[in-house]
Write a protein that binds this ligand. Structure first.
Ligand SMILES: Nc1ncnc2c1ncn2[C@@H]1O[C@H](COP(=O)(O)OP(=O)(O)O)[C@@H](O)[C@H]1O
Ligand SMILES: [Mg+2]
Length: 294
């Protein structure tokens, strides 16, 4: 069987039972599209530059489903925890998800739990702050990644306290920060101009049915263990996928996975416009129509 349309390690999966192939289709993959690769390069600079040359902190901004968390995750995994010759732990990137509501005390707890430090959640914030800072120093944390930074917005005093805590942390420990969130994350930073001035925003643009999109589809096709090539990057199929999935990477990947599973289950072994049209799927414009109507 010709398997030129697949990566070698994906081609190997072709011989496995259908359930395994379906599971494989559903797993998260990483495709290094241009905007993501650029963002990763900037994060590397932030981590690697000496303190005196260090660029500004980074705020990754994009709508939901545009690949922000995936970038943070990929970056964190690329810089795993290690132990030095002297047996000291180094946590290159400490990643946490901001609490659903701004809460300084919970923020310190999250840092402590993520570093594996048990503590009393009910202790005063000032106490946990001291604990969290020394834990970060002990663990040699080099960079802080704060996902769902939009959660920091809209809570008056609690928001200001949390922003002040983050500003103080970055001042004292001099660890660079990458935050990720929707546009609301900018609203949050607006409340602390001093902190904001130390950030540079990087937007992840919405997708359009352009060459970049087709390249992404071509890469993703190599990751789906289907026996026949689909030619996802060809104009007709790419446009059909875009019309159904809309302008986010999240929906695009979700649609490709569903289509691949259907291609396995039905025996079609390739994704076609007909197969796409037969899926139970709400088109992206239909979602917008529903949203406008309510
Ligand atoms: N670089 C990528 N390669 C492959 N799939 C991706 C990539 N980035 C995002 N995805 C897919 O899109 C989904 C949504 O992305 P996510 O990072 O959670 O978006 P956000 O954090 O902006 O809401 C992910 O669960 C994953 O399936
Ligand atoms: Mg996210």
């Amino acid at each position: 069987m010709n398997t030129d349309h697949l990566l070698p390690e994906v081609a190997e999966v072709l011989d496995e039972p259908n359930e395994h192939r379906i599971e494989f289709c559903r797993q998260d993959r990483w495709v290094g599209y241009t905007a993501a690769t650029k963002a990763l390069d900037e994060l590397d600079d932030l981590l690697n530059f000496p303190k005196n040359l260090r660029p500004n902190n980074i705020l990754l901004v994009a709508g939901s489903g545009n690949g922000k968390s995936s970038i943070l995750e990929y970056f964190t995994n690329r810089h795993p925890i290690l132990v030095t010759h002297e047996g000291k732990p180094v946590v290159p990137v400490l990643k946490i998800e901001m609490p659903s509501k701004p809460d300084e005390s919970e923020f310190w707890s999250l840092i402590l739990w993520t570093l594996g430090i048990s503590h009393r959640e009910g202790d005063r914030a000032a106490h946990k702050k001291r604990q969290a800072k020394s834990a970060m120093v002990n663990a040699n944390v080099q960079m802080l990644a704060l996902d769902e930074f939009n959660n920091v917005a809209d809570a008056g005093r609690a928001t200001s306290d949390l922003l002040a805590a983050i500003r103080n942390l970055s001042n004292e420990l001099r660890v660079p920060i990458v935050a990720a969130g929707t546009a609301k994350a900018i609203n949050a930073l607006n409340l602390d101009p001093q902190l904001k001035s130390r950030f540079e925003p990087i937007g992840l643009p919405r997708w359009s049915a352009d060459r970049e999109y087709r390249t992404f589809l071509a890469s993703y096709e190599q990751l789906l263990p289907l026996a026949k090539p689909s030619g996802l990057s060809k104009a007709e199929l790419a446009n059909a996928i875009f019309a159904l999935a809309g302008d986010t990477v999240g929906q695009t990947v979700k649609l490709l996975r569903r289509a691949a599973v259907e291609a396995v289950e039905s025996g079609a072994e390739q994704i076609s416009v007909d197969l796409l049209n037969g899926l139970a799927w709400t088109r992206s414009d239909a979602w917008q129509a529903v949203a406008k109507a309510v």
